[in-house]
Design a binder for this molecule. Structure first.
Ligand SMILES: Cc1cc2nc3c(=O)[nH]c(=O)nc-3n(C[C@H](O)[C@H](O)[C@H](O)COP(=O)(O)OP(=O)(O)OC[C@H]3O[C@@H](n4cnc5c(N)ncnc54)[C@H](O)[C@@H]3O)c2cc1C
Ligand code: SF4
Length: 343
């Protein structure tokens, strides 16, 4: 690994003035090698160090965000809005009583990601901004389309973990499990820049599919600090569930995960539904057909089955990942029925 300078930012304005670039920009090659003078941000460092060990990233300076206490807090505003600082770890998120009580799907998604050791270091900000797991992307020897090449090796290659929806020139799946639940809860992110202050973007719009930009997974701009994830107040009758299926029951990324958030009238009829699939598409995939199928119905085995069929309509599996389609169908059906446990 190349030598680099490590500095610690004392507060958010100092971090924003550090002239950082996004890791996507820092990975852009100069004559076949990543830039060696780039300044990048580090949260827990799990993905950042992976990219450096893989030889895909060679920054000159790393700015550590771990000494900024205000980023490591979860706070509730008077109207019930929940602000989750970007340096809150996945373990903190999973154990927080307010998150578990009102946003169970998020607590479960965070609490079942990776291993206990990783969850105690990995932050929610870094988790949302981690780069894709596609093995061609992670290989120094494959200059694929997402890294500025001309070929997506996954289409004709080993695509068993790749996308079944939205693979428009690149078939990554979004790597963040927490993002599946956060999109289902209509969360937003706060992004601070030194000259402009804070902008707030709905997470669903923040993530970018390959047809919007093939070289990056989100709209983070160079110099911006992701300061918080914001969850709107819980609504009356809101219930949620998150389920994941691993290839092995181990700490690896899921091959499929599903978050369901529903709002139920006192008479048991579903007023509003969010059904989001993770590890299905380059961005968390909102299954609009499933959502429409639930509204106006009581949650029952039949309603869940109908919504699950609607969720997988339009799936376009690649050569080796058709197995994902029935896995998603089963997860959606079970997650809808599971929402009853948070009633
Ligand atoms: C064995 C293993 C299993 C895993 N399983 C899962 C899983 O099941 N589900 C899952 O979702 N993840 C999984 N992960 C991934 C892991 O959760 C992420 O790598 C981790 O969450 C990244 O967080 P971090 O704080 O370490 O980020 P870092 O590695 O420090 O940063 C990641 C990126 O975000 C940028 N960044 C970080 N914070 C900010 C900020 N505040 N503002 C602007 N930019 C910022 C960094 O520059 C970098 O580009 C797994 C990882 C491993 C090693
Ligand atoms: S799926 Fe995307 S990241 Fe993977 S090889 Fe194809 S272009 Fe590259």
């Amino acid at each position: 690994m190349k030598r680099f300078e490590l500095i610690s930012a004392a507060d958010v304005p100092a971090a924003a003035q550090a002239r950082s670039v996004t890791v996507a920009d820092a990975m852009r090659t100069k004559g076949g090698r990543p830039a060696t003078d780039a300044v990048v941000l580090k949260a827990g460092g799990i993905d950042l160090l992976d990219l450096m060990k893989e030889g895909l990233l060679e920054p000159g300076r790393i700015v550590n965000l771990r000494d900024i206490p205000e980023l490591a807090r979860i706070s509730e505003e008077p109207d019930g809005t929940l602000r989750i600082g970007s340096m809150v770890t996945l373990a903190q998120l999973a154990a927080d009583p307010a998150v578990r009580a009102r946003h169970a799907a998020l607590a479960d998604a965070a609490g079942r990601s990776a291993s206990p050791q990783i969850r105690h270091v990995a932050t929610i900000g870094g988790n949302l901004l981690q780069r894709p797991r596609c093995w061609y992307f992670r290989s120094l020897h494959h200059h694929c389309a997402r890294k500025g090449g001309t070929t997506c090796f996954a289409f004709a290659g080993e695509n068993q973990h790749h996308a079944i929806f939205g693979h428009d020139g690149c078939a990554i799946v979004h790597p963040s499990t927490a993002a599946t639940a956060l999109v289902a809860f209509n969360a937003s992110v706060e992004l601070f820049a030194a000259k402009r202050g804070t902008r707030v973007v709905a997470l669903e719009k923040f993530f970018l599919g390959p047809s919007q930009d093939l070289s990056r997974e989100n709209d983070l701009k160079s110099g911006e600090i992701l300061t918080a994830v914001v969850l709107p107040p819980a609504r009356p009758g809101m219930r949620s569930a998150h389920l994941r299926q691993g290839e092995l029951e181990s700490f690896d990324w899921p091959i499929a995960d599903v978050a369901v958030v529903i709002e139920v009238e006192p008479n048991g009829v579903c007023r509003r539904a969010s059904v989001v699939l993770g590890a299905a598409a380059p961005v968390p995939y909102r299954a609009k057909g499933a959502e429409a199928a639930l509204v106006g119905k009581r949650i029952s085995e039949d309603a869940a089955r109908g919504a699950a069929v609607a969720a997988i309509a339009g799936a376009a599996p690649l050569g080796k990942n058709a197995y994902k389609v029935p896995v998603f169908e089963a997860l959606v059906r079970r997650a809808i029925l599971d929402t009853a446990r948070t009633a």
